[in-house]
Structures are given as structure tokens and as C-alpha cells.
Design a binder for this molecule. Structure first.
Ligand code: PEP
Length: 257
């Protein structure tokens, strides 16, 4: 079997200004340095608000910190009359490695369609950014269609015309589990992650499917991370609320299987 490096991603949402971001990343770096022996095989990244990215870049670069970072969204356009939008070109200029695309809060609160998500994945690749593509079903979808149908359909539509070998992380985030304190069970996460990997294999071939990391997200905390990571198709976590607490997030990053 292919070994995929576990990926722990912290989505700060609209929390922590640029000063708080500097303090947080510094503390996270200390915590990782302290624990080097037992977290060493996980990759860690934070997803701060746009206005923090320059500060995070400066700190990470100056101190060569082993912490990745990216934005929570990007525009599908590269430049022009799009007031309030942020181009992937700007993110690349700040050395972002990743960009979250299609988070359920964007889909719901900003009416992002599968078509928008697809255009954003293509825009991310155009600028050499790795999309962290979020898919997931609502409680109603779960009741009506089971867990896998909606995430699988979202993945297919997001990847239309996309070359997944350019880099992709998929985050399975059941909407009912986000911020609810009610995480999916590891078995549920595994079932959907396996279905998503099968779609990747069909669309992009087995090699790309085996190399692509599939994360679980939804009420992940230090107490449940290890159980998710024990599942063969779950390669890490996208963490919301618990990524804002330095002790909790450090403990998640240092998970032991
Ligand atoms: C998220 O919004 O990506 C998320 C997983 O949130 P939480 O961890 O707070 O459920």
C-alpha cells in the first residue's frame, strides 16, 4: 500500500487577526519542536483569514517553521473588476501552498455552486496552489440518500476538466458534524473516504487516487483524532473550532495511532 503523509489542517474561519496569528503560529512551532519525536510524520497547515497571510508568511519564512499555510477561499478569476475578491496569483505570491475550496459555509452562506467550486479548483491549479476541496452531505441528504451520494456527486462535479495529478487534497466534511460537537464515527468517515477514493481512481487513475490525501472534518478534537487516523482511507483532518485552541490543536497534531 502507498504511504500517505498524514495532513492536519486548521481552518481558523473568521478568527484571529494578524497579531493573534503571529502569536498562535509561534506557539504552535514551539509545541511542534518540543514534541518532535512523536509527531514527526504529520504535515501541519493553518488556514488564517486573508489579512493574516502576509504576517504568517514572514514568520514561517524567517524561522523556517515546519508549518504550511493557505487561504480559506480564492476567486475563480485572476484579476479585474471583482470587488472584494482575492486572486490565486496573490496567494501564490505569498507562498501559500494550499487553498480551501467549497467549504460548506461558502456553499451555504455565499451560495457557491458546484460550478463555482469547479472553477475555483481550476483557478487554484492555474496558480500552482493545491486545493483542499471540501465535500459533504447535510443531515437531510444523509436521511434521503445515505452518506456517500452527495459527497461523491460534489467531487465528480468539482473535478470536471481537472487534472488531479496537479495536486489535490479532499476533505470529507459532513455538514451535520461541523461545529456541532457530533462527529461522524470513524467507520462512517472511512466508508465515504473509500467511496471518494474510488471516484478519484475512476477519474484520475489508481496512482493519483492512492497518492491523494482524503481528510475527515467535523468536530475533530484531540480525543477523537487517533480513531479517525486508524482508518485506512482517512489521511488526516480538517479542524475548525479545535484549531483555535493552541493546546488542543497541538495535541491533535501529535496524535498517536
Ligand atoms: C470546519 O468547519 O471545517 C470544521 C471541521 O469545523 P469543526 O471542527 O469546528 O467542526
Amino acid at each position: 500500500a502507498v504511504k500517505r503523509t498524514p495532513f492536519i489542517a486548521g481552518n481558523w474561519k473568521m478568527n484571529l487577526d494578524h497579531l493573534q496569528a503571529i502569536a498562535f503560529v509561534q506557539k504552535l512551532a514551539w509545541s511542534l519542536a518540543d514534541a518532535k519525536h512523536d509527531y514527526a510524520d504529520a504535515e501541519v497547515a493553518v488556514f488564517p483569514p486573508f489579512t493574516d497571510l502576509r504576517s504568517v508568511q514572514t514568520l514561517v519564512t524567517a524561522d523556517s517553521l515546519p508549518i504550511g499555510y493557505g487561504a480559506q477561499d480564492l476567486s475563480k478569476h485572476d484579476s479585474g473588476a471583482y470587488t472584494g475578491e482575492i486572486s490565486g496569483a496573490f496567494l501564490k505570491q505569498l507562498d501559500c501552498g494550499y487553498v480551501i475550496i467549497g467549504h460548506s459555509e461558502r456553499r451555504t452562506l455565499h451560495a457557491e455552486s458546484d460550478e463555482d467550486v469547479n472553477a475555483k479548483v481550476i483557478a487554484a491549479h492555474r496558480h500552482g496552489l493545491v486545493p483542499v476541496l471540501c465535500v459533504g452531505e447535510t443531515a437531510e441528504d444523509l436521511e434521503a440518500h445515505g452518506a456517500s451520494a452527495v459527497p461523491v456527486a460534489q467531487l465528480r462535479r468539482a473535478l470536471e476538466g481537472v487534472d488531479a495529478s496537479k495536486g489535490l487534497v479532499v476533505a470529507y466534511e459532513p455538514v451535520w458534524a461541523i461545529g456541532s460537537g457530533q462527529a461522524a464515527t470513524p467507520a462512517q468517515a472511512e466508508q465515504v473516504a473509500a467511496a471518494l477514493r474510488a471516484v478519484l481512481a475512476e477519474l484520475a487513475g489508481d496512482e493519483v487516487a492512492q497518492a491523494t490525501r482524503i481528510l475527515y472534518g467535523g468536530s475533530v478534537k484531540a480525543a477523537n483524532i487517533a480513531a479517525f487516523l486508524r482508518e485506512p482511507n482517512v489521511d488526516g483532518a480538517l479542524v475548525g473550532g479545535a484549531s483555535l485552541d493552541i493546546d488542543e490543536f497541538s495535541a491533535i497534531v501529535r496524535f498517536k495511532k
